[in-house]
Design a protein around this ligand. Sequence first.
Ligand code: AMP
Ligand code: ZN
Ligand code: FE
Ligand code: FE
Length: 310
Amino acid sequence: MKIDLHIHSDASDGTYAPRRLLEMACDARLGAAAITDHDTVDGVRAALAHGIPASLRFLTGIEISAAPPEAFPLGGSFHLLGYGFRPDDPELNRTLTVLQEARRNRNPRIIAQLNRMGIDLTAAELADRFDADAQLGRPHIAQLMVDRGAAASIDDAFDRYLGKGRPAFVDKYRIPCADAIRMIQDAGGVAVLAHPGLLSLPKGIGVPDIVETLVGQGLHGIETEYPEHAPAQRKAYRDLARRYDLLMTGGSDFHGDVKPEIRIGTGGGDLAIPFRYYEKIVQRLDRGPAKPASPSPGDGAGAPAIAPRP
Ligand code: AMP
Ligand code: ZN
Ligand code: FE
Ligand code: FE
């Protein structure tokens, strides 16, 4: 049995509704799945409200764009995945509201830059073309540009306008990674470094350096299996996970029709992500919150984390 623990719904920048994703996960005969939208749990809530099919195990999930550890000025996508947390955790939801605000405030600034370059788009059109309640961002703006003929493809829009270092790039507030890890853990979940292969590292810094620092901040796992990870990278990340006693996770990063080459339920090509990874995560969640470095006697390590499962 295989799993997919990295799936985007239309609550962020995927093209399929959560309930359709559950069907697709069943059609692909997955044993377990997680919806991991950017900075929102609306898709997770919708899936739970709809009901999880009996054949499927479901983990709550999220993908947070965090600021890397201060010592490492990283480029690329520094993303943390969270799994098995309580989606109604008040602190988590407060923080997500802040991140969602930051994203919403950024879009008009991106659009203003594009307008200055002679590309005629408005924020109202963006809200009109997509679900205004979804986490709209650069991928949606890129799609609108393609619709208008202002870009040949989404990739082209990123390459020429929206990507880092390009003229319409606008950065947004990112939560410090230590805070993101703590927030996920306090909500009963585990925090995982997403796709380390997508980090662009400064000279002399390796993924092991980053992981060591993150482990000091409470990191629980590494996304070892990912379509853009070469076989040697997967092996290196698995070795790293073993060295620090971290969970291994994996997923497709399925976004639906905007990235048609990615299929749900694979870690790239025909590579299956083993059900064992899911079982290890659940075991870790059932153990409850990580013990503090010097446990105070008799605190019983707190209440067990709730892993929402059918
Ligand atoms: P945002 O959250 O608005 O900063 O957009 C980031 C998202 O845009 C990423 O998570 C990807 O899904 C997507 N993305 C980033 N770079 C590219 C690219 N070159 N081509 C297509 N999609 C991209
Ligand atoms: Zn995305
Ligand atoms: Fe990501
Ligand atoms: Fe993703």
